[in-house]
Design a protein around this ligand. Structure first.
Ligand SMILES: N[C@@H](CCC(=O)OP(=O)(O)O)C(=O)O
Length: 525
């Protein structure tokens, strides 16, 4: 994501406060009053359309007017120098009409066959619409399996970048014909968020059948209020009861999951109405224009997001991140010049996006099991180069070396607990004697995902032991760590940002993407 602020001025200004003269840092970003998206930085925009935006829910006829405006909007953005990816559902919906079926079948092979039939037709439709606009498109079909290997993930990423560089609009869908439940993204909301993270998009538009999120169901509560900006998804209290169309798999709750995922990668995520696709440009213009408004640093710096930063850092961050709502609420002349955006819900991106490799570890891989670790081991991971066997409390599932697992923190009931009993109480699985502990202990919580250096059967043997005992127990010791820190991604974004130790994301240039085992066992005594 590029950002240029050649025309900003920063410095200090004098202000009087209770007779005291203060020098207050300020920063004014000079931008033209009337914002044209053409004049702005070049953006990468992912637009996700669900089945209900592609075909009529009852007749399954294609919604040609919506599709045409989407094509026009995407082609115009592309011509203005932006990069556009469309994530298009609808293969199964389109096939229902072709095959004269009334509803989506339940039997998996039938669904997969329909997806194969419909995908062909769906792409033909897109291709024809874009052909009128002389806009080349490309089809990308993905399953989770395709990106589970780091090299393949990087290959997919490279292909996206190359297509965008060539001025082509990639049209993405899940490869339903091959995907069975274990290798499915499950819904295209998630797929679109992973795609947006993969290409470091600026915007993800989740087009749907409502204008925005509401705090209550607006159909049954006339007093429902629109939620326009979401700064922290954890604090969101919205009505997410909409289950989506009868043809698709997503609903409002999958959109929230997708928004969490995309914003963690630094992507501004928008929910808006698919029947008005022209809104995409207006919403982007509005947000970009607001970002470029003068930001008085004194107020910006008082925001929690920016506290502790130098004036210079604040000025850049204030403009680089969606700071609106923090410092830009005042109606200034410049703000009044910005036409209001159509109704939408905007999820603000994390100011410090998760680095790409961690994003892949968290969202690209399917976990094959769980490592239960203690609080001490979790805390120590901020300094240590990995997870030591002594911090592992229990293992669940069957996995091999270098496979992904969930990391779950549990409370160790006794400091030197025997391997099983008490711990199981913390996991909620036991007998009366430990019930009190169960009640008092904090619930086990998933804190991240990791690639393991040892198989599940091996970790079961070495859990709770010192690293120097690994060789005696297993007959070999490839690493003193069960997982290396660089192969652990935390759900807490702050722990998975570029500042986190010790992996350089740029190393992903290494197309092998293979994980180097730590062989520094000299330190083991
Ligand atoms: N991949 C499927 C759609 C899956 C899906 O997530 O659908 P939707 O909830 O309508 O976005 C298809 O093309 O029919």
């Amino acid at each position: 994501m590029q950002q240029t602020f050649d025309d900003s001025i920063c410095g200090t200004q004098t202000s009087r406060n209770h007779q005291k003269i203060n020098r207050v840092p300020f920063c004014v970003l000079r931008v033209p009053n009337k914002m044209s998206l053409t004049a702005q930085r070049h953006l990468t925009i992912v637009i996700k359309l669900g089945t209900s935006s592609i075909v009529d829910e009852k007749t399954h006829e294609p919604l040609l007017s919506t599709l045409s405006v989407i094509a026009e909007t995407a082609a115009k953005l592309q011509r203005d120098g932006h990069k556009v990816i469309i994530v298009s559902s609808g293969a199964i919906g389109v096939a229902l009409r072709l095959m004269n079926l009334e509803r989506r079948p339940k039997h998996l092979p039938q669904v997969q066959a329909l997806a194969a039939i419909g995908q062909c037709k769906l792409m033909t439709m897109w291709d024809q619409l874009f052909a009128h606009l002389r806009q080349p498109v490309a089809q990308i079909l993905l399953t989770r399996n395709d990106i589970a290997d780091r090299t393949q993930y990087l290959n997919a990423q490279n292909t996206f970048h190359e297509l965008l560089h060539m001025g082509v609009i990639p049209i993405v869908n899940e490869n339903d014909t091959l995907a069975v439940s274990e290798i499915k993204f499950g819904d295209n909301d998630t797929l679109s968020a992973i795609t947006a993270g993969m290409v470091s998009a600026d915007y993800l538009f989740l087009m749907t059948d409502v204008d925005c999120l509401y705090d209550k169901n607006p159909r049954t509560h006339p007093d429902a209020r629109a939620i326009e900006v979401v700064k922290d998804i954890a604090e969101l209290s919205a009505d997410v009861s909409s289950s989506g169309s009868s043809l698709g798999t997503g609903g409002m709750s999958t959109k929230i999951v997708a928004a969490r995922l995309a914003t963690s990668a630094g992507v501004t995520t928008i929910i808006t109405k698919s029947s008005k696709p022209g809104n995409i440009t207006n919403i982007v213009k509005y947000i970009e224009a607001r970002k470029s408004l003068p930001v008085p640093i004194s107020r910006a710096a008082s925001s929690s997001a920016l506290s502790g930063l130098s004036a210079d850092e604040v000025s850049h961050k204030a403009a680089a991140t969606a700071l609106d709502g923090v410092a830009l609420r005042d109606s200034t002349a410049a703000e009044n010049d910005i036409p209001r955006a159509p109704l939408h819900t905007r999820f603000l991106p994390q100011a410090q996006p998760m680095r790409d490799r961690y994003f892949w570890l968290l969202h690209g891989l399917t976990p094959h099991g769980t490592l239960y670790i203690d609080e001490g081991a979790y805390k120590a991971l901020s300094e240590k180069a990995g997870l030591l066997p002594v911090g592992v409390v229990d293992v669940e599932g069957h996995f091999s070396q270098q496979e992904a697992v969930r990391l779950v923190v549990v409370q160790r009931v006794m400091p030197t607990s025997p391997r099983r009993g008490p711990v199981h109480s913390a996991l909620g699985g036991v007998s009366g004697g430990h019930a009190a502990y169960e009640h008092e202990n904090p619930a086990p919580r998933e804190v991240g995902r990791a690639l393991v250096n040892y198989a599940s059967s091996e970790i079961k043997l070495i859990q709770g032991l010192r690293s120097r005992e690994i060789r005696n127990v297993l007959g070999y010791a490839d690493s003193e760590y069960v997982c290396l820190r660089e192969n652990i991604a935390f759900t807490d974004v702050a722990r998975s940002t570029p500042a986190s130790p010790p992996l350089d994301g740029r190393r992903s240039v290494d197309l092998n993407g293979s994980v180097e085992l730590d062989r520094g066992l000299a330190s083991l005594s």
